[in-house]
Design a protein. Structure first.
Length: 129
């Protein structure tokens, strides 16, 4: 795990089953993530988010504990990889949802990031225009 992480939790006025459904049904996930999300809910299964406002994100499911915990790692083509961990805990008033996203170890391959190859020609053109 990385020391660079964001963690938030909230108690939702919904059953753990209802919250789990909203975490694992691609159509419902797409609504709250703001992009088209597909996920193959098994260890090693794919997860992908395509958004009109951000780079595509892709990765794999790392852990599934039905109704309790979901974990995946993902990245953009030229972004840093992260690990997302979501846990559910029953509460008297609903469900505690805890989300943690942490930076995964990575190293440079010295390959040109996709954003550079896509945007630099436009940048250079705008500089000489």
């Amino acid at each position: 795990m990385s020391d660079i992480a964001i963690e938030r939790d909230v108690v939702l006025a919904a059953s753990p089953e209802k919250v789990w459904e909203h975490m694992t049904d691609g159509e419902l996930v797409s609504r709250w993530m703001g992009g088209s999300v597909t996920l193959d809910l098994r260890v090693g299964g794919a997860i992908r988010m395509i958004s009109p406002d951000a780079p595509d994100v892709w990765g794999s499911i790392e852990e599934v504990i039905e109704g309790r915990r979901l974990q995946w790692s993902w990245r953009t083509d030229d972004g840093l990889p992260t690990l997302v961990e979501i846990e559910l805990e029953p509460e008297k008033t609903g469900t505690r949802l805890t989300v943690r996203e942490s930076l995964l170890p990575w190293q440079s391959t010295l390959a040109t990031p996709v954003w550079i190859s896509r945007s630099m020609p436009r940048f250079w053109t705008s500089m000489v225009a």
